[in-house]
Design a protein around this ligand. Structure first.
Ligand code: TTP
Ligand code: MG
Length: 354
């Protein structure tokens, strides 16, 4: 079971200013410029300032009208970068599986960590509070999409844990805008269709979504409203991989078509592998069925290779391990676990298992 933690610092720029000047604590601090009548927009505002309706992206002049007694400060980027590095260092000390997603946010893959979610979340928040005197909000959920929504759920100083069984109920009442990839335009179009919440979006048949939004975005909305997101974390340490996947125009039950597609995808992946002068030791097959359940099967070879035939055989060995109990919507192949050509000294006699 995948467990992803997303952490986002609270009112980050404003919180750093409050840390540097404790006299500002609890006051309506607005970051953007020292002169609130100048042009430009609000970078962020402390939670005390947000009570007046001030928020990121708002013209400073509007913020000044809403909150004339606010403390307006210019952006002091160097200070924020320092604090950003410091909190990320704490995260890297907890796990090597960290994706730095922005100046004040990061994901950690905690699937392999034995610690219970609440405990781990509290421990990280406590470290950041004690070592940096800053607060953050954390979400823990089965994937990146859900973890990010969860970290935003009880801001500031929040900790929200969403287990796999809780996902449908957690998502149902939320506005569609909370979903990654749904901006103001899509929100407006959905509203015209009578769809405001994730629950309402889930009730729309996929055909209707594809008709209204086109094939790929329609499919995307269908998946995302069900909390499906298999994006991997992008970490420094993660070995690189190459992958290709394809979504069939119509779900496929014919084994011949599946086999032919798998061979084509593998061929493309191997071509890329050769271009990148890499050799891969692990082949992973991904299949998404008509009902959107998604499975992966992996096979690790005895040594890294860049030839088509053994890698295709490995992909087919994975396919053989899958019960094709439903039609297939999507097929994908990934090769990873790389060794560069210079890197490994491969004995010519070894034959890969298949
Ligand atoms: P956010 O995490 O979106 O906002 P925040 O940390 O200030 O508040 P919270 O997470 O508690 O809701 O963005 C992080 C920082 O990025 C923010 O402190 C300032 C900067 N930023 C801008 O400069 N302009 C913007 O429009 C946004 C959204 C953020
Ligand atoms: Mg933040």
């Amino acid at each position: 079971m995948r467990r992803i933690l997303h952490l986002d610092m609270d009112a980050f720029f404003a919180a750093v200013e409050e840390k540097l000047n404790p006299a500002l604590g609890g006051m309506p601090v607005i970051i953007g410029a020292r002169d609130p009548r100048s042009r430009g927009v609000v970078s962020t505002a402390s939670y005390a300032a947000r009570r007046y309706g001030v928020h990121s992206g708002m013209p400073l002049k509007t913020a000044f009208q809403l909150c004339p007694l606010g403390i307006f400060l210019p952006v002091n980027y160097d200070a924020y970068i320092r604090e950003s590095r410091a909190f990320k260092k704490i995260l890297h000390s907890i796990s090597p599986q960290v994706e730095e997603a922005g100046i004040d946010e990061a994901y950690i893959d905690i699937s392999e960590m034995p610690e219970e979610a609440t405990q781990l979340g509290r421990r990280i928040k406590e470290s950041i509070r004690q070592e940096l005197a800053l607060t953050c909000s954390i979400g823990i959920a089965p994937n990146k999409l859900l973890a990010k929504i969860a970290s935003d759920f009880q801001k500031p100083d929040g900790l929200t844990i969403v287990s796999a069984v809780e996902v449908p109920n957690f998502l149902a009442p939320l506005s569609v805008r909370k979903l990654i990839g749904v901006g103001p335009k899509s929100e407006a179009r959905l509203k015209k269709m009578g769809i405001a919440t994730v629950e309402q979006l889930r009730e729309v048949p996929i055909e209707t979504l594809v008709e209204a939004f086109g094939f790929s975005y329609g499919e995307y909305l269908y998946a995302i409203s069900r909390g499906i997101d298999d994006r991997p974390l992008i970490t420094h340490w993660e070995p690189k991989s190459i992958s290709r996947e394809t979504t069939f125009q119509r779900d496929v039950g014919d084994w011949q078509i599946i086999a032919r597609t798998l061979a084509e995808l593998t061929k493309e992946v191997v071509q890329e592998l050769k271009e990148q002068q890499q050799r891969a030791k692990t082949v992973t097959l991904k299949i998404r069925f008509a009902d959107f359940t998604t499975i992966t099967r992996a096979k690790t070879l005895e040594m890294p290779l860049d030839e088509e035939e053994p890698l295709r055989k490995a992909a087919f060995a994975c396919l053989k391990r899958v019960e094709l109990r439903q039609r297939v919507r999507l097929l994908g192949v990934r090769v990873g676990n790389f060794a560069t050509h210079e890197g490994t000294d491969t004995p010519a006699m070894m034959v890969p298992q298949n």
